[in-house]
Structure formats: C-alpha cells, structure tokens
Design a protein around this ligand. Structure first.
Ligand code: ZN
Length: 336
C-alpha cells in the first residue's frame, strides 16, 4: 500500500482524544454512584464482624454492624443495598426465612431503620436458610422440588415486604417464581413492591467465594444433588437466556438481572437490546476475588481496573451493578 499523504486522510480519530476536556465532551458512557448496589452479608449470633478470607474488604457483618454498613452506603449516595443472611437456624425448607422474627426479616428491618431512604433489596431464595444448601426443598429424587419452592417463596416474599423491603429479588431460578411472588405480594396488599428478577442466572463457578461467605455450599448429604445445574443455566446458552428473561417479564418482573457479570456481558448486552426493562448485572464474588488477588500480588492496579470493569457493565447496557466494590467505587466517584 502506498504511503498515505497526510492531507489524504479522510478522518483523524485522534482529534477528539487530544485533551482531557475533549475526551470528557465525547465520552459515551458514564459511571455514577447511582449505578451501584451494595451486597451485604449478615450473620446472626456473631459478636464481631469477620472478614471473608476469599473476599478481602468484605465481611460477615453482625446485626449491629449491618446498620453501620447500610448507613455508610447511604451516606456515600449509594441508592440500594441487597441483603444476604448467614443463618444459624437452617432446616430442610429454610423456614426461618418465613418468620417475622427470623434473621431474614430482622436484616431488612435493621437496614430500613438505619437508612430509611435507601432502597433495601431482599434477596429472596432459600439456599442461605436450608440445611442442604439448595434453593428450595428437596424432592424424592434428590433434586429441588420446583412447585413446593413456589409455595414457600410466596411466604418469604410477603415476609420481606412486611419487614419493609423496597424491592424483592428472587435468585433461585425455579420456573414460575416471579408469577408466584407477584401473586403472593398482590394478595397480601403489596401491589406497589417491584420485583427484580435474577432472570438469567448461570450455574457458575464464579460464585465460589459467596458460597463460603453465606455458608451455603452443597455436598452435605449424599442423597441430594451436588450442584445447581437443573435450575441455574448452562453457561453455553445465550438464546435460552433471552427466553428466561422473556418469561420473567411475562410473569411480571419489573427489572431483570444477568449473573455473573464480566464473563456474561454478551448476555447483558443482548438482554438490554431485546427488552425495555431496567437491566442489572451482578459483578459476583469470584470476580471480586480475582481482582483483589491480582491487586494483592501487585499484578493489577485495584482502583483503576475496578473502575474500568464497572464502566464496562454500563457500556454493555447495565442500568445498575451489584458489586462488592460499591463502597470503594462510590468514594472514588465522589472524590473524582
Ligand atoms: Zn439460592
């Protein structure tokens, strides 16, 4: 190819990258504190909060320190927290999560009292409250009983709403979950409470550190399935993910989520392109652990890579990001 004469270049992309001000002017995607949702783990009967070894900077909070953490998030301008329980009252159905006095309801009340204006999202599922660690009661065949779970999940969602939850987020991937929750909420008079469906949740190994944190690892009983592959999605399937999202919308979901994050940005982008609902991405525990581990080794610059990662979720179409980096990111965004 002949050398191009300088004057012949039809366009120069570098013109708009010349100065920080020009780059600011033409930037397509912006990350804001308002995009962040902070997940918090709370363990009952705990005297002092405990750092999760595979998630440096993330703790199993006590019920007291939960209030401090929610207030911290609210003071930073973060619009929502999502709560996960580490239960000491597990049984085969996860029935402690139906009770007004159980950890599940107490966490919601504590969070709402600590910061009444922040949105409290109740993660509605049973794996944190069942002794076998699955997301619903186990049928004869050792697998989760889909329809028995639906009956229970209505009770759990109403319990969350009564405790003051602003958003119900079912994460269990049972068929018919969103419809069951919508019906139960409406019947109990909670017609205004929205549902954020974990619409496309994949059976991912990236959840490892979360399972340690929430104490819901599988494998305790021989007769019970050792993985969640009959309800969570096959990581190979994108078309099926869109069908999952479509079904959750038809059942009444107000918002949808794709989980995990980085490895599934294509699913996130397709979901956003295909449907008009607010769409969220969960930057999961394993992704956070990788980032922290590389930073601890001195191989990556934590803050810069974290911010680049969060921005990539926005660019792919996320309206919000559930992330353990939320407090760190919010501090940077406020100061920058
Ligand atoms: Zn679950």
């Amino acid at each position: 190819m002949a050398a191009t004469n300088q004057a012949d270049l039809p366009y120069r992309m570098r013109r708009l990258r010349k100065t920080p001000a020009l780059r600011d002017l033409v930037r397509e995607t912006h990350l804001s504190v308002k995009d962040l949702i902070y997940p918090i783990f709370t363990e009952e009967n705990l005297d002092e909060r405990v750092e999760i070894s595979s998630m440096p900077g993330v703790y199993r909070e006590t019920e007291k320190s939960l209030a401090t953490r929610v207030k911290e998030a609210a003071d930073l301008g973060i619009p929502a927290v999502i709560l996960f329980g580490v239960s000491h009252h597990k049984d085969e159905n996860g029935s402690d999560s139906f009770k007004a006095t159980g950890l599940f309801a107490r966490m919601i009340k504590i969070a709402k009292e600590a910061a009444p204006d922040i949105s409290v999202i109740a993660d509605v599922c049973f794996c944190e409250y069942t002794d076998h660690g699955h997301c619903g009661p186990i049928a004869e065949d050792g697998d989760v009983d889909n329809d028995a779970t639906l009956i229970n999940i209505g009770k759990q969602a109403v319990n969350a709403a009564k405790a003051g939850a602003d958003i119900i987020a079912p994460s269990g991937m049972m068929d018919g979950t969103v419809a069951a929750i919508r019906a139960a909420l409406d019947e109990a008079g909670f017609t205004e409470i929205p549902i954020m469906a974990y619409a496309a949740k994949f059976a991912s190994t990236y959840y490892g550190p979360f399972r340690d944190a929430a104490g819901c690892a599988l494998g305790k009983y021989d007769h019970v399935a050792k993985d969640r592959k009959t309800y969570q999605m096959d990581p190979a399937n994108a078309r099926e993910a869109l069908r999952e999202v479509e079904l959750d919308i038809a059942e009444g979901a107000d918002m949808v989520m794709v989980k995990p994050g980085l490895a599934y940005l294509d699913i996130l982008a397709k979901t956003k392109d295909s449907f008009s609902l607010p769409t969220f991405s969960y930057h999961v525990s394993g992704e956070y652990a990788m980032l922290k581990a590389a930073a601890e080794k001195g191989w990556l610059e934590y803050e810069a890579v974290m911010m680049e990662t969060l921005l990539s979720f926005k660019r792919a179409g996320a309206d919000g990001i559930l992330t353990y980096t939320a407090l760190d990111a919010a501090r940077i965004l406020r100061n920058g």
